[in-house]
Design a protein around this ligand. Structure first.
Ligand SMILES: [Ca+2]
Ligand SMILES: [Ca+2]
Length: 220
């Protein structure tokens, strides 16, 4: 890359152009950037920017590990059909996650164990309903609780996800303020965000719940 400086006039009859030649550091070894980064030549230096799907400082760029969070809980089922209770989980990491054998519990007992071969792709959600009869038709990322119920209290209760080693991956304890409205779920705010608090779904978006979908109703 060459940078042309403005012509400078030294006398009435003589002018001179200065030309600075800038080395393209990106031309060799990706400029020292990570091979998962884009090197951009700039005057006197270069910039390293991790490619989409990678995180880091540009010199080191890695795929973020898989990470599962509880994103949405509907404890207070619409009407009185407890099959409509659900727990939505999201893999907010950058790698696929095998959740075969992982469990979902309330404060009392294990209510669901994921079947063998259950893999959650990066950025995707799976929703566990209390019963199959309440799974909306066409919702492909939904399963029914393996014990036949989630048994989530409408007052206060907790939801815990554990891996196959029995180690808690995520857990949330709620009180009635998040479960007293019929058919209104509690949801991370902002949606699908690690460490975000829970709020009533109809304060996160215009919807009362969004089983298996983003809070705004679009697909994960
Ligand atoms: Ca309930
Ligand atoms: Ca949702």
């Amino acid at each position: 890359m060459q940078t042309l400086l403005p012509s400078q006039t030294f006398s009435a009859s003589v002018s001179k152009e200065y030309v600075i030649v800038d080395a393209d550091e990106c031309g060799f070894n990706n400029g020292g950037c990570s091979m998962n980064a884009t090197c951009t030549n700039i005057p006197g230096s270069r910039m390293c920017t991790c490619n989409p799907g990678y995180t880091g400082d540009g010199l080191t760029c890695e795929v973020p590990p898989a990470r599962l969070i509880i994103n949405e809980i509907l404890a207070n089922e619409p009407g009185s059909a407890t099959s409509g209770e659900f727990v939505e989980l999201v893999n907010v990491g950058g790698s696929a996650l095998d959740i075969s054998g992982w469990t979902v519990s309330d404060a009392t007992a294990v209510r669901h164990t994921f079947a063998a071969g259950t893999v959650l792709a990066p950025g995707k959600a799976v929703v566990v309903f209390g019963g199959a009869s309440s799974i909306p038709s066409g919702l492909s990322n939904a399963v029914a609780a393996s014990t036949g119920t989630l048994n989530l209290a409408n007052t206060s209760d907790s939801v815990t996800v554990k891996d196959t080693a029995g180690i808690s991956v995520d857990s949330f304890s709620y009180t009635s303020s998040l479960a007293s409205a019929d058919g209104v779920s509690m949801n991370r705010n902002p949606d699908a965000t690690v460490g975000a608090g829970f709020a009533l779904h109809n304060t996160v978006s215009t919807l009362t719940a969004s089983a298996g979908k983003r809070a705004n109703g679009t697909a994960f």
